[in-house]
Design a protein around this ligand. Sequence first.
Ligand code: ZN
Length: 69
Amino acid sequence: MPDKILVCKDCNAEFVFTEGEQEFYKERNFQNEPQRCAACRRVKKQQRRFGGNFGFAAGRSGTGNFGGR
Ligand SMILES: [Zn+2]
């Protein structure tokens, strides 16, 4: 299984979906490849931890868009 180059849907940067990560996904039966680069994923995670209270709460209705799944 070769490494794969994916494009982050948040910042459009290319990132590597490594062999190890692909195996990890397979083990867990994840259907989808990662949509975001590591940096964006980290940001997302932090946003989730702070419960969407990260500054964008104001002016947006609801947090339905966050933590998508
Ligand atoms: Zn990104």
